[in-house]
Design a binder for this molecule. Structure first.
Ligand code: BGC
Length: 862
């Protein structure tokens, strides 16, 4: 029975009490409704309603369903409404820039944005990306990423997102979304949810408890919703037994009801598995619309779970019309919400994702009609300056015994060593999907990539600088020819040795690393190269381009290694950004967005790589909310001593002192209002469809004459494949409770009510102030970090709850102010289905320079 398997065992157990009090089980799928208290939203909603009300049944369906993999010019493209001159939506990857086009920028990865700990830079990066997507005529940017959050350090796509810390990721995703959407482009928060590894991503069943879900994985998505994100992409994996894209608990209950999400949910590419399961459980847009492959015995009759199949389901009354209307209203409201101010117009796509040539097929898969598909519009503007700034300010100096900053005037000679410092001689885009390590690595591999318009390698930047300042320059590229590396290193006063470890998405793999990394060691003989160089040069500097932590304790302890820098995946200005930090032209402010353990085992989490039955692998997350530093630092779990560099760690070129920590209660005395709202009845828009009336919704006359092969159409009977095949996989209407089709008034959830959840969660209860002084002799940036320690044996001993980057001249002092909201100091109470401040536990506020360097603390006067 659907109800037992769908919400899944764990949440049902944990929700049991709640469910008796809360009638809302996850059905029906919540519909969006007017909200006059939010004028901007209301305006967009009204435009959407006016638009949707004009649409016919098949026109509505068209906007919900992609036209098929490689069907059109964008990575995802919905059907259109030709009658009203409305082109279908163009969706393009990815989280660090426009993929599969020319003349666009390669921005630093999400994890680098996080490493800046700068809200300003996170926002600016989003704005610049948004401008580029808009310049190419894209409606939806398929990013940013908060899932994978980064449960395991080897997680293949962690770098696409921000950080395994949900607070940092929450801030970063919200700023990025605001940036993107301010430029007239809909952002897409992905992958929702628990797609924490690449192995088995399409089949793994993640069993998760309600508390872990809320306090860890859902947290940043709440911030994304609060930032008004227009779309969310549901992920490939299963959650507690049911695929994410057909999971009423994650989509209807958590996202649309509790978090009050008012945008649309689209499927990851091929992550939809049925017509009714997805429609009734909250999916709004099917991508890419077809089955992404040649027809097979298991293909559904329409070659799509939606398209004509959805039309048919509405005509049968299995999917209520209000549900379809809600899908389209959500899509169009997100559209009108970003098309405001100077962005009311809607440029058309001016490229084809499938070719860089000027001419090509409009419909790639069917190879017709041949036309001009690329206008090669240059959308880079002056973004290279921001990209360079981000590259520099995301570079984390993990170790510096005093060798840095290097001096342009007194440095006499420099050796640059390693493949990772140099250009790929075949060009930076020569490996498809960036799945190689020939030359310097500046992004991971898979769909989260772009083409580099150019890539400044570290060797190029450092050679240029050396020539300008009369520094003798030596270099060698091989990681395996250690004698040459050593002779090169011993020639120079300073030797910089480069090493990498990359990761990506599992449709490509490098050396047996199928997306996820197999281990945490450096690739391509990197560790041996570092040791060899350090053995001969007492001024060795290590630079790492890695997708996350690597085991680097040996270098930390090595007396000849004077500095270690993590530059992450810095994008096209890699070398320039690095040089800016090495020579002190930019104040280093990068702080590690994850913990550097001494070995893989010390992280306390396991990547699932083998399963007894690979068709249905199952994954428990026994560590609960204790990932990354929460694991290492919590008594009885990990060990502090197993940390080489802590979360938030990074040094600059000056020293800071902390003083005068003050905690003041500023709100929350009146208590917290549990949401008791009720919805309106589900609105139905335009003409009401007659159940059973198939006539009028079949393919139009002459259709066969102009049908595009494999294109997904909305008409009943517009069959692409043998309709006798394949419906078996889909649940039928009897598998759903009657509530699934109930469009009547519904009660809202206690933690819900607004975008991002109950408004009371965001009420500021405490203000924390601390004085930070630059006690050194150079100007510099401190990233002040605020942690909360709940002192509850069941909770992590530290939780990041604030950060700020401050630039200070020598001797200058600044008072940094943080706000703590109710959500920040609460824990999830599964029974009440709400957040709660556990007053029986003392909570302490810590401020400092990293999770391992806490300077001052005060008890919260609860
Ligand atoms: C990835 C998504 C991506 C989509 C379209 C999927 O395989 O998981 O992140 O947006 O493909 O390329």
């Amino acid at each position: 029975m659907r109800l037992q398997t769908s919400a899944g065992l764990l949440p049902l157990i944990s929700l049991t009490t709640a469910l008796t009090e809360t009638p809302f089980l996850g059905f029906p799928s919540p519909w969006i409704s007017p909200d006059p208290s939010d004028a901007e939203w209301q305006a967009a909603y009204e435009k959407a309603v006016a638009f949707v009300s004009q649409l016919t049944l098949t026109e509505k369906v068209n906007l919900t369903t992609g036209t098929g993999w490689e069907g059109d010019r964008c990575i995802g493209k919905t059907g259109s409404v030709p009658r009203l001159g409305f082109e279908g939506f163009c969706l393009m990857d990815g989280p660090l820039g426009v993929r599969y086009v020319d003349k666009a920028s390669a921005f630093p990865a999400g994890m680098n944005a996080a490493a800046t700990f700068s809200k300003r830079l996170m926002r600016a990066r989003g704005e610049a990306m948004g401008e580029e997507f808009r310049g190419k005529g894209v409606d939806v940017q398929l990013g940013p990423v908060a899932g994978a959050l980064g449960r395991t350090p080897q997680g293949g796509r962690n770098w696409e997102g921000f950080s395994p810390d949900p607070y940092l990721t929450g801030v970063a995703i919200a700023e990025t979304i605001r940036g993107i959407q301010s430029r007239g482009v809909i952002a897409c928060a992905k992958h929702y949810i628990l797609n924490e590894q690449e192995h088995f991503r399409g089949s793994v069943d993640v069993r998760i408890g309600d508390k872990t879900m809320h306090e860890l994985y859902l947290w940043p998505f709440a911030d994304a919703v609060r930032a008004g994100v227009g779309s969310v992409m549901c992920s490939y994996n299963r959650v507690n037994g049911t695929y994410a894209c057909e999971n009423e608990w994650v989509q209807n209950y958590l996202l649309k009801s509790e978090l009050g999400f008012r945008g649309f949910v689209m499927s990851d590419w091929g992550a939809q598995h049925s017509t009714l399961g997805s429609a009734l459980s909250g999916l709004d847009m099917a991508m890419p619309g077809d089955m992404m492959g040649p027809p097979s015995a298991s293909s559904p009759p329409y070659g799509s779970h939606w398209g004509g199949a959805l039309t048919q389901a509405v005509l049968k009354g299995e999917v209520p019309q209000w549900r379809l209307d809600d899908m389209v209203t959500r899509i169009m409201t997100s559209f009108f919400r970003v098309h405001v101010g100077s962005y009311t117009s809607r440029p058309e796509p001016n490229f084809s994702a499938w070719t860089r040539n000027t001419t090509g097929p409009q419909y790639k898969y069917s190879n017709r009609p041949w036309t001009t598909v690329n206008s090669h519009i240059d959308v880079q503007a002056n973004h290279s300056a921001l990209i360079r700034e981000l590259a520099a300010k995301s570079t984390v100096i993990l170790k510096n015994t005093g060798i840095l900053p290097l001096s342009k005037s007194s440095l006499t000679s420099l050796a640059v060593i390693g493949n990772d410092a140099h250009d790929n001689l075949n060009g930076p885009n020569s490996c498809p999907e960036r799945a190689c390590i020939n030359g310097t690595v500046a992004m991971g591999y898979g769909s989260g990539t772009t083409d580099f318009p150019y890539l400044i390698s570290p060797a190029t930047a450092l050679l240029g600088l050396s020539q300008e300042h009369n520094i003798t320059f030596f270099n060698t590229t091989s990681n395996w020819d250690l004698p040459t590396a050593q002779s090169t290193a011993s020639n120079a006063s300073v030797a910089i040795v480069f090493a990498t470890a990359t990761s990506g998405e599992n449709f490509v793999s490098i050396d047996g690393n199928a997306g996820d990394r197999n281990n945490l060691t450096l690739w391509d003989n990197g560790d041996a190269l570092i040791r060899a160089v350090a053995a001969v040069n007492p001024n060795t500097i290590v630079v790492l381009h890695t997708s996350g932590p690597v085991v680097i304790d040996h270098a930390d302890k090595h007396p000849n290694i004077s500095a270690i820098l993590w530059a992450g995946f810095p994008g096209q200005e890699s070398g320039n950004g690095l040089a800016d930090v090495l020579f002190g032209d930019v104040h280093p402010q990068g702080r590690s967005p994850f913990t550097w353990g001494k070995d893989l085992e010390s992280y306390g989490v396991e990547l699932l790589t083998v399963a007894p039955d690979p068709r249905s692998p199952r994954q428990e997350f026994p560590e609960g909310v204790f990932i990354d530093y929460r694991w290492f630092l919590s008594e009885g779990k990990g060990e502090r001593g197993r940390v080489t560099y802590g979360f938030g760690h990074g040094v600059g070129y000056t020293e800071f002192e902390y003083g005068d920590l003050v905690v003041e209660r500023v709100g929350g005395r009146g208590g917290y209002e549990v949401n008791k709202g009720r919805t309106i009845p589900a609105p139905v828009m335009g003409e009401v469809v007659d159940i059973g009336d198939v006539e009028g919704w079949t393919e139009p006359e002459g259709f066969e004459g102009w049908r595009i092969p494999r294109y997904v159409y909305p008409w009943v009977n517009a069959t692409v494949y043998n309709s006798e095949n394949g419906t078996a996989r889909s649940p039928s209407i009897g598998d759903f409770p009657p509530e699934a089709r109930d469009g009547g008034v519904q009660e809202e959830l206690p933690a819900g009510g607004k975008e991002g959840g109950n408004e009371g969660l965001y009420e500021v209860l405490f203000e924390v102030k601390v004085d930070v002084k630059n006690a050194g002799t150079r100007e510099g940036v401190e990233v002040v970090q605020l942690y909360l320690s709940p002192n509850n044996p069941l909770a992590p001993s530290l939780l990041l709850r604030g950060f700020d980057d401050v630039l200070l001249a020598p001797n200058a002092t600044k008072t940094v102010t943080f706000s703590l909201t109710r959500r920040d100091i609460s824990e999830w109470n599964t029974e009440a289905q709400n957040w709660e401040i556990l007053t029986e536990y003392q909570q302490t506020v810590f401020v400092g320079s990293s999770s391992m360097d806490l300077r001052l603390n005060r008890t919260l006067p609860l």
